[in-house]
Design a binder for this molecule. Sequence first.
Ligand code: FES
Length: 255
Amino acid sequence: MTKYLVDGTILGQRSLSPDIRVMEIKAPEIAKTAEPGQFVTIKTNHLSVPLLRRPFGVAGVDREKGSFLLIYRVVGETTHLMETLKEGDSISILGPLGHGFDRTHKNALLIGGGVGLAPLHFLAADYPGAQVDVLIGARTAKELFWTELFRDKTRRQIETTDDGTWGIKGMVTTPLPELLKEGQYDCVYVCGPSPMMRAVVDIVRPTGIPCQISLEKYMGCGLGACLSCTCSGIGRRVKVCKDGPVFWAGEVTAW
Ligand code: FES
C-alpha cells in the first residue's frame, strides 16, 4: 500500500478532557487512503523536538474534506508540543502505515480503554454493513466523553468505570461474559492497555468468537527496519509496525 510523507496543515484541535486532545489535520493523501486500524507517525516542525517520529492510530477521516483526526494524551515532549499547535501550523506526517482491522463481520463488539478507543472510533465510523456495539472502560465518569464520540456510530454503548461513578462498576471484563452470552457478536475488537487486552482475550477465546487486537509498542521507524517493535508470534517474531498493529488474538503469543 502506498505511504506518503507529507506536511499536513492543522485545521484545529480541542480538549476532550484535561489531558486528552483531538486534532484535525488536512492531509488529503492520508485522508483518502487510511483504513481503520492503520496509524501515522508524526513529527512537529519545532527545531527542538526529538528526531524520532511518534506513532498515532488514525481516529477518523473526512475523505471529502481531505482531513483526518488524531486523539492523543498529553504525556511527553512531542505531545506537549502538539497541543501548542494552532490552525494553519504544519506537521510532518508519514502514513498510512500497518495493517488495519478485518471488516467482514456483521455484529461487532468493540472494546477499548483510554486512547485505545481512538482507532476503534474510526472502525465504528467505517464498518459497512455491520451492527456495531462498543464497550467503553474508564477510571471515572469524567473520562466518559467517549460515549458521545461513539453515539452516532454505534447501536449501543456500554460503559464501565473503575470507581462506579457511571455505568457498570468494574472493568470492561465485568460485563463481558454476559454480553458474549447474548450470542449476537461474530467478532470482537479490542484496543487499550495490554493487561486489559489480555484479560479480554482470555474471556473471548473459550467462546470461539474471533478477536482482533491492536497493539501499541514503542516504535523507532514505523517501517519494519529497526526491529524496535517486535513481539512473539506463532513460530516467528512479528513486527507490530509492519505485520500489525492489528493481529488476530491467536497470532501473537506475548505482547
Ligand atoms: Fe522499526 Fe517496527 S518500528 S521495525
